[in-house]
Design a protein around this ligand. Structure first.
Ligand code: SF4
Length: 187
């Protein structure tokens, strides 16, 4: 007999927590708020990846199309991990934290595959992260389209609101950085 939704949500969040996420929960995808101003932050190129990754703006697609894509899903698994930094200017620490955060997405992919969901939308923190250097930079086609992922911000998602909707804190204390990931899915 197929498990009910509550049991499946419990199983998925348990996998993420066991793999090192600090918090994970499943929310109604209708609670996700978007705002095109978050795309404007991408365009300001503070992270240096604007136009350098297929899954970052502008290559990822028009904001309105991505917002429509979000509406196709019923549920969102939201997960977060908090990392310690030496201080608020510890950019090296932030980069290393992002590298350590990325594997949680692979755990989520396995968890969803296990319950037979193959067409979920995986969103994370920052540029794709599947390759050391995105093929966009070298002018080649995407090397791993099956695992290429965008950031929450590239889709215009208000991450602070997402955190609250998922019962999580967006900011977790002095000298820390918190990264969020989400998986949008339907049964
Ligand atoms: S999988 Fe590699 S080539 Fe494709 S978008 Fe991600 S980083 Fe770029």
């Amino acid at each position: 007999m197929r498990k009910n939704n509550a049991e499946l949500f419990f199983d998925i969040t348990k996998e993420l927590l066991s793999a090192g996420a600090d918090r994970a929960s499943v929310i109604d995808a209708r609670l996700i708020k978007t705002n095109s101003t978050f795309r404007d932050i991408c365009a300001s190129n503070a992270c240096g990846m604007y136009g350098k990754c297929y899954t970052c703006p502008p290559d990822v697609g028009e904001i309105d199309e991505l917002r429509e894509k979000i509406k196709r899903y019923d549920h969102a698994l939201v997960y977060q991990k908090v990392f310690k930094l030496e201080d608020s200017f510890d950019f090296e620490g932030m980069t290393e934290a992002k590298r350590r955060f990325y594997p949680l997405q692979s755990i989520a992919r396995k968890a969803f595959s296990k319950i037979g969901i193959e067409n979920a939308l995986y969103l994370g923190a920052g540029a794709c992260g599947a390759c050391v250097t995105c093929a966009k930079v070298t002018g080649e086609p995407c090397r791993h389209p099956e695992i290429a992922s965008s950031s929450l911000e590239a889709y215009g998602i208000d991450v602070a609101h997402l955190a609250t909707a998922a019962g999580m804190k967006y900011i977790n204390g002095e000298n820390t950085v918190t990264y969020f990931g989400a998986v949008l899915f339907s049964f």
